[in-house]
Design a protein around this ligand. Structure first.
Ligand code: CO
Length: 184
């Protein structure tokens, strides 16, 4: 049975660390991925990365099919993903389950050429564009300890500073369970 895991919140070290590559496709990995899908769905997210469920493995899952205009897009399990090439530039609004209530415009490449492994640790290469490309880029950043707020202008960072501090202290309400930094 899949479990809903608490989502790590801004301020937790694991969100700032580079993940380690998966080398074994065992039942532990399968359970992690099942729990990640379950946790993402119950938080109404379109993507979640392993550090967000307190795991240091290079794994992310993405499912944008809950959005009407993307309902034909299949869910993706990306193991050890790496962006090989990117092209174009587009500004889109983003949010993150680990930084509740914060949204902001982020400029990223439009298209990406991605390398990842499937459950059998077989290497796959795909080209992605549009919203799916955007979500995957956000999630691959998580696996490298990077968060979408890092792209904000100094002005915007200043504007949301107090709100970010509230989030770090866990002074927020979400309809999904959170894991807060224990020193706060
Ligand atoms: Co995120």
């Amino acid at each position: 049975m899949a479990k809903q895991l608490p989502i790590t919140t801004l301020g937790m070290d694991i969100l700032r660390k580079k993940t380690v590559p998966v080398t074994k496709a065992d039942s532990k990995l399968i359970h992690l991925v099942e729990n990640m899908f379950y946790t993402m769905d119950h938080a109404s997210g379109v993507g979640i990365a392993a550090p967000q469920v307190n795991s240091n493995l290079s794994v992310t899952v993405v499912d944008i099919s809950t959005i009407e205009e993307h309902k034909k897009e299949k869910p993706l399990v990306l193991i050890n993903p790496e962006i090989l090439e990117s092209d174009g530039k587009i500004e889109l609004e983003e949010g993150c389950l680990s930084i509740p209530d914060i949204r902001g415009m982020v400029t990223r490449p439009e298209k990406i050429f991605l390398k990842y492994m499937d459950f059998g640790l077989k290497e796959i290469k795909i080209e992605l564009s549009g919203f799916l490309s955007r979500v995957v880029q956000h999630e691959v950043d998580h696996l490298n300890g990077k968060l979408f707020i890092d792209y904000f202008s100094d002005e915007k960072k200043k504007e949301i500073r107090k709100e970010l501090n509230r989030i770090r202290k866990g002074k927020i309400t979400t309809d999904y369970p959170l894991l807060i930094h224990s020193d706060n």
